[in-house]
Design a protein around this ligand. Structure first.
Ligand code: NDP
Length: 444
């Protein structure tokens, strides 16, 4: 049995009932096969893949807080510190009722490779809770965040582990978490990223993941002599990543005709009105039905359906496994040219393989959505230097980083004889960097 198959079987046996984690590890190990087999004896002896697929630390704790009715509520919380070979653990905190240990581990594992691809010194981690911020009052959100940080603060720090936002954790939640850390620790340090601009946040962090996605798509298309201007794009989601992906796509001359949330989706033939979408989602925190009430060119549809629309480019920006094989077939039937992931692992393995086999340009999230964590690392640099960079400076750095990520993954794919396979390219390039750092630092 090959070393990669052996390690995959070990991961599945040792981590039962964690399908998302198995999926993420399978995708990575399968695509590393060509380079692992060249050096199998050394990697086996060092148990490199066992170490790479086992988190350094998995912290589980409960948090109790009091709701507006005076009732005590209890939530399960997690911080998985996956790998710090190239820098302090770094990765967001997800607040969503679906959160469990397997989901946090898949996200932490992906984060290790993503962070390596940015070229910046950050290791991989992830955390979160099954707390659902939806429908909660501001006071309840604050009570939960304070209780969460009261426990989490034992495990994090500006030089050890620096969490950020993710699904359900936006500027408001980061503010409450930061305030509680500062209160308890008594120091003013950059322990979280995605902070508000008045207390150590970086300009362009809010926009970074969505903008970065488009910068990478631009480079991908340029490499294949395709213009982005004039293209029709389907975006899923209507959160942080989706909103700023839509904004940048339209600034670059493309037309985005869809967006979605967990209840339904919108088709807007005139192109999504991003100011209206921000008003509905960022200010009113309302459902997408509010968007169509104020937009005569748009129609609202219950459930799932974004991938049925005829577009040139698809950008899944909501959540994991939201684009399956049937969706991929529909996109191919509609002659889609490219799919680039804004969310983490939004495409199932079967769908990814089908898209690639049909010649669709496909970029995995660990490369295409790395702009968020890259600017988070720039926020850490600004905090350490007690500096604030201009929007233009951060945006320029982001463009450089995303262009570089595309070139790195394209080159890595070519070097292992898989030209144009950006899944292989991203995994190989990320792995090489982390593996080299782990080997240099000895067994631990
Ligand atoms: P937000 O919470 O801001 O938005 C998430 C969006 O996805 C919302 O529209 C939400 O709808 C929808 N969504 C969430 N869960 C589901 C679900 N189970 N089914 C259908 N729709 C769902 O999160 P972000 O935009 O920050 O994150 C989106 C994705 O991008 C995630 O995979 C995240 O891990 C990834 N990512 C985020 C980064 C960042 O900087 N924010 C960086 C890199 C990756 P509703 O409001 O109805 O729940």
């Amino acid at each position: 049995m090959s070393y990669t198959t052996e390690v995959l079987e070990r991961v599945i046996a040792q981590n039962p009932a964690q399908p998302e984690f198995h999926q993420a590890v399978k995708e990575v190990l399968e695509s590393l096969e060509p380079i692992i087999s060249q050096n199998e004896e050394v990697y086996r002896k060092d148990a490199l893949l066992e170490r790479l697929t086992t988190p350094d630390r998995q912290i589980l704790f409960r948090v109790a807080w009091i709701d507006d009715q005076g009732q005590t509520q209890v939530n399960n919380c997690y911080r998985v510190q996956f790998n710090n070979a190239i820098g302090p653990y770094k990765g967001g905190l997800r607040l969503h009722p679906s959160v469990n240990l397997g989901i946090i581990k898949f996200l932490g594992f992906e984060q290790v490779f993503k962070n390596a691809l940015t070229g910046l010194p950050i290791g991989g981690g992830k955390g979160g809770s099954d707390f659902d911020p939806k429908g909660k009052s501001d006071r309840e959100i604050m009570a939960f965040c304070q209780a969460f940080m009261t426990e989490l603060m034992r495990y994090i720090g500006q030089d050890t582990d620096v969490p950020a936002g993710d699904i359900g954790t936006g500027a408001r939640e980061i503010g409450y978490l930061f305030g509680q850390y500062k209160r308890l620790k008594g120091t003013y340090e950059g322990v979280l990223t995605g902070k508000g601009l008045t207390y150590g946040g970086s300009l362009a962090r809010t926009e970074a993941t969505g903008y970065g996605l488009l910068y990478l798509v631009l480079e991908l298309l340029r490499d294949h002599q395709i213009d982005l201007a004039g293209k029709r794009i389907a975006v899923s989601g209507s959160g942080n990543v989706a909103i700023y992906a839509i904004e940048k796509a339209q600034q670059l001359g493309a037309k985005v005709v869809t967006c979605s949330d967990s209840s339904g989706w919108v088709y807007d033939e005139a192109g999504i009105d991003v100011d209206l979408l921000k008003e509905v989602k960022e200010v009113k925190r309302a459902r997408l039905t509010e968007y169509v009430k104020q937009r005569s060119s748009a129609t609202y549809h219950e459930g799932k359906g974004v991938w049925s629309v005829k577009v040139d480019i698809a950008l899944p920006c909501a959540t994991q496994n939201e684009l399956d094989l049937a969706d991929a077939k529909q996109l191919v039937a509609n002659q889609v040219l490219a799919v680039a992931e804004g969310a983490n692992m939004p495409t199932t393995l079967e769908a990814t393989k089908y898209l690639q086999a049909q010649g669709v340009l496909f970029v995995p999230g660990k490369a295409s959505n790395a702009g968020g964590v890259a600017v988070s690392a720039l926020e850490m640099s600004q905090n350490s230097g007690r500096l604030s960079w201009s929007f233009e400076k951060v945006d320029q750095e982001l463009q450089k980083i995303m262009t570089n990520i595309y070139q790195t993954i394209a080159q890595a794919a070519k070097e292992v004889g898989c030209q144009g396979n950006y899944v292989v390219g991203a995994n190989v390039a990320g792995f090489k960097k982390v593996a080299e750092a782990m080997q240099a630092q000895g067994v631990y």
